[in-house]
Design a protein around this ligand. Structure first.
Ligand SMILES: CC(C)(COP(=O)(O)OP(=O)(O)OC[C@H]1O[C@@H](n2cnc3c(N)ncnc32)[C@H](O)[C@@H]1OP(=O)(O)O)[C@@H](O)C(=O)NCCC(=O)NCCS
Length: 330
């Protein structure tokens, strides 16, 4: 087995046009702009139209990432889509995306790790590039959670938005400054019930009764997830830094999952990283699940905040429960 390094060649993102503000939500459930802002940091989020499915958002984000990467379409040799709200239960959204991109004969598969999906997918892509089995992998995190939201549950319906983020992960040449330094993914299935879409799978197939009971929508024990989010993102980030003889002071940008501003602030505080080094866009998009991290990075690159050579620490947590981090020089 040959052993190479992988790098992030480029990022891309896409969010649907429709904006749903906190004021819009005040008209749907018993909530207030003030509660949402102070408890979550969210101000508005995007919402897919009736016609838009996950692969449509993924396609636009993928086009942006591929264009920015300068990698030719025929040089892409694998597609991984991280999603829990794909177009269909099957076929995979990655196969639909492959067809839309006009790519033929490249392996394509979906990966389910909730909001940690993009980190998991990058970890997998990193292994394929490192062992020489692939040279350029398209990784997408895409979610349309507004279509599996219970719009009568104020505990969850104010939190989520729709978007896609993509990256092209390529083999790093020996002269490249960019490389994925290390990755770490983790899971604890004993906490699976904290964040779950109960019906629609083989445990509880979709029926008139499950739809009537709103069991096809997501439910969450917000408080329990909150506590483990800070602990788990800190643990995997800390381990990555330690085993690479780095400290948080060496990191130029922390890009955390955007689930709650209070979680981001607590994590930054625990890591002793000033908020000026943390990429935050939760106010604009809410929690877009597996899309938050690539969407935040792509925006920061386009605003020229993140630059080539910067040390990045990506970290996320989500349904499973799952969590993980990536340390990379962009
Ligand atoms: C969901 C979350 C924002 C709730 O914030 P919180 O401070 O923990 O709030 P609580 O759940 O303790 O609820 C406090 C009160 O606010 C109420 N409340 C919940 N949602 C509300 C809303 N949208 N508007 C107004 N009040 C609301 C609750 O009913 C509760 O009222 P009560 O005290 O009368 O029972 C927070 O727990 C969170 O962000 N958790 C992590 C979620 C997450 O990261 N999920 C994604 C994982 S990828």
């Amino acid at each position: 087995m040959e052993n190479y390094f992988a790098k992030f060649s480029a990022f891309g993102s896409f969010a649907p046009a429709k904006i749903l503000t906190n004021q819009d939500l005040e008209k749907i459930v018993d909530t207030t702009d003030e509660w949402i802002r102070t408890r979550t940091g969210m101000v508005e989020r995007r919402m897919a139209s009736k016609e838009e499915a996950a692969s449509d958002l993924a396609y636009q984000a993928a086009l942006n990432a591929i264009e920015a990467s300068k990698v030719k379409y025929k040089e892409i040799d694998m597609i991984i889509v991280a999603t829990i709200s794909g177009d269909h239960a099957f076929p995979s959204t990655s196969c639909i995306l492959q067809h839309k991109l006009g790519l033929k004969n490249v392996p394509a598969f979906d990966l389910s790790a909730g909001c940690t999906g993009f980190i998991y997918a990058c970890d997998v892509a990193n292994q394929y590039v490192r062992n020489g089995q692939a040279r350029n992998i398209l990784v997408v995190g895409v979610e349309i959670l507004t279509k599996i939201t219970n719009w009568t549950d104020r505990n969850t319906c104010v939190l989520f938005g729709d978007a896609a983020g993509a990256a092209v992960i390529s083999r790093a040449e020996p002269t490249d400054i960019s490389k994925i330094i290390d990755t770490k993914i983790d899971a604890d299935g004993s906490m699976g019930d904290y964040l779950i879409q109960m019906a629609g799978g083989s445990r509880l197939p979709a029926s008139a009764e499950t739809v009537e009971a709103n069991q096809h929508t997501l439910t969450m024990e917000g408080n329990r997830v909150f506590k483990s989010a800070i602990k788990s993102m800190y643990a995997s980030s800390d381990e990555l830094l330690k085993r690479n003889n780095l400290s948080s002071a060496d990191v130029d940008w922390v890009i955390p999952h955007q689930a709650n501003l209070r979680i981001i602030e607590a994590l930054a505080d625990k890591m002793k990283v000033p908020l000026s080094k943390v990429i935050i866009n939760i106010q604009k998009y809410g929690n877009t699940s597996s899309a938050t991290v690539p969407l935040a990075i792509d925006e920061a690159i386009r605003k020229k905040k993140i630059r080539r050579g910067d040390i990045l620490l990506l970290t996320s947590f989500g349904a499973g429960l799952t969590w993980g981090s990536i340390l990379a020089r962009y």
